[in-house]
Design a protein around this ligand. Structure first.
Ligand code: SAH
Ligand code: SF4
Ligand code: F3S
Length: 475
């Protein structure tokens, strides 16, 4: 039998999907129902997209989606490990499922994603969480069917974590969370090694997908009703490195924007150290590309940026913002900021506040520095006093919120296109849409507009969101 199994991907996974499908089908015949699954996702957009791929494989082999994890026949936790104590929360939930497994003996529990790339976490599961059946990492999510097959046929705990990625496997199924928008990976991994960050260690070296694979995927998504695409990579600007064909991120953006039927194009995350003038130019000249840039600052102090290994100074960042705003005056800028990096003084923090006030972000994710073991910064002395961090964090948040409120206020009365994402769960008869700048607007409208782009008048700014009404007679 062994020599019937293809070695080539994705043929090998197609083989295992078909094998598992047979097992699931014959069990469903006995039980009178197909089994259910729940994928629980932590972390960033990369993980969200990976979860869509995992869901696609599970749907493909006969599972249907469950409402919640306690009732599912298969639960898969797709983990994040960017902050130090993320594992406490995870193991609490994994522990809870022991009880569910006592009631449902066929229940399968799996853990995958970034945290599973850490050897000590896998050891902990082997030792203390014997009820976990599947463990795999970030480099082999495409192997879910094979890993599940191994478990179903042996009943053993299967641990299959790869230290690095051997290849990019294309053309596997996926099941989207939204019908009308989708993330699309353009690069995997990261080579930047910012000194506080674990991502390069758990996601491996940077790899770019071939442009034709990306374009094919987007064309397929658009044909399936997708209006908005978000290109995903830890540093999208370095797209193209290592590919046979010479292509830059700017070139890729231009080629994607030509795809007929695609209405909106976004990307995450551009690293400020190498956002090129070509990218700014392409954004300026292309109506489909959202006039929004998420440009992580991390710190406004050049000394701290150096210790963070961000490879830009406060002045470089402000110059870049100036170039962007000169080319695209109505650009919306958002950012990530870390407070309390080792050695951060009050003066360093004031530099951060100064940049925030000068750039005037529409919103910002603010993080308290987490001493992430395994990163160079965790070994740095001069960890900052938690009281000082809390005080700085509160001041930063207040500044960010005040500026965001002033920015949104300025747009009151304007008409902007919004992609209608769904019903507003709290207000009867209201819909929720996303503007080009990624801010939310709530307005009255019929459910049939979900997935459409409609013009909305922004009546009232409420800090990070708006209340509005539809301009046309489509209400
Ligand atoms: N590749 C992206 C960020 C990925 S991680 C970039 O370079 O911008 C998302 C965010 O988590 C980072 O921007 C950073 O602000 C935050 N982060 C990462 N490691 C952290 C740590 N150890 N403590 C606090 N915040 C951290
Ligand atoms: Fe982490 Fe820096 Fe890579 Fe972003 S660019 S994922 S912050 S190492
Ligand atoms: Fe993302 Fe968390 Fe992994 S931020 S890349 S899911 S460590």
């Amino acid at each position: 039998m062994e020599n019937l199994i293809p070695n080539e991907e994705p043929l090998r996974q197609e083989y295992f999907m078909s094998e598992v499908n047979d097992i699931i089908h014959s069990r469903a015949m006995d039980k009178g129902a197909y089994p259910t699954y729940k994928v629980v996702t932590f972390g960033c957009q990369m993980n969200a997209r990976d979860s869509e791929k995992l869901s696609g494989i599970l749907s493909g082999i006969g599972y249907t989606e469950a409402e919640n994890e306690e009732d599912a026949d298969l639960v898969l936790f797709n983990t994040c490990t960017v902050r130090e104590n993320a594992n406490d929360r995870l193991y609490g939930r994994v522990g809870q499922l022991k009880k569910s497994k006592e009631k449902n003996h066929d229940m399968i529990v799996g853990i995958c994603g970034c945290m599973m790339q850490e050897a000590e976490e896998v050891e902990k599961i082997k030792k203390s969480y014997r009820h976990v059946d599947l463990v795999f990492g970030t480099h082999n999510i495409y192997k879910l069917a094979e890993i599940l097959f191994d478990h179903l046929t042996t009943k053993k705990q299967i641990i299959n974590v790869m230290e690095s990625a051997d290849m990019i496997v294309e053309k596997l199924p996926n099941k989207r969370q939204y019908a009308f928008k989708s993330g699309v990976n353009i690069t995997f991994g990261c080579n930047n090694f910012c000194s506080y960050c674990i991502v390069p260690y758990v996601r491996g070296r940077e790899r770019s997908r071939k442009p034709e694979e990306i374009i094919d995927e987007i064309k397929t998504l658009v044909a399936d009703g997708v209006k908005e695409i978000m290109l995903l990579g830890q540093n999208v600007n370095s797209y193209g490195r290592g590919l046979e064909e010479e292509i830059s991120f700017a070139g890729l953006l231009e080629r994607i924007a030509e795809i007929e039927g695609l209405e909106r194009l976004r990307f995450m995350t551009p690293h400020p150290k190498d956002l090129s003038d070509e990218v700014i130019e392409v954004m300026k000249n292309n109506k489909k590309i959202c006039k929004h840039l998420h440009l992580p600052l991390q710190s406004g102090s050049s000394a701290i940026l150096k210790k963070m290994n961000r490879v830009y100074t406060k002045e470089d960042y402000l110059n870049l913002v100036k170039r962007i705003k000169t080319a695209i005056p109505d650009i919306s800028l958002t950012t990530d900021i870390i407070v309390g990096f080792p050695g951060e003084t009050e003066g360093d923090f004031l530099d951060t506040l100064e940049v925030v006030k000068e750039v005037r972000y529409d919103s910002a994710f603010t993080f308290i520095y987490s001493k992430r073991s395994g990163t160079p910064a965790a070994k740095m002395e001069e960890q900052v006093d938690p009281k000082a961090i809390k005080d700085r964090f509160d001041r930063l948040l207040k500044t960010v919120q005040d500026i965001a409120a002033e920015n949104t206020k300025k747009n009151e009365g304007k008409c902007m296109p919004a992609l209608v994402e769904g019903k507003n769960e709290h207000m009867e008869g209201y819909l929720t849409g996303k503007l080009e700048n990624n801010l939310t607007v709530h307005f009255k409208g019929q459910e049939r507009l979900i997935g459409e782009i409609v013009d909305v008048i922004l009546d009232e700014a409420k800090g990070f969101y708006y209340m509005g009404h539809i301009k046309t007679s489509e209400v």
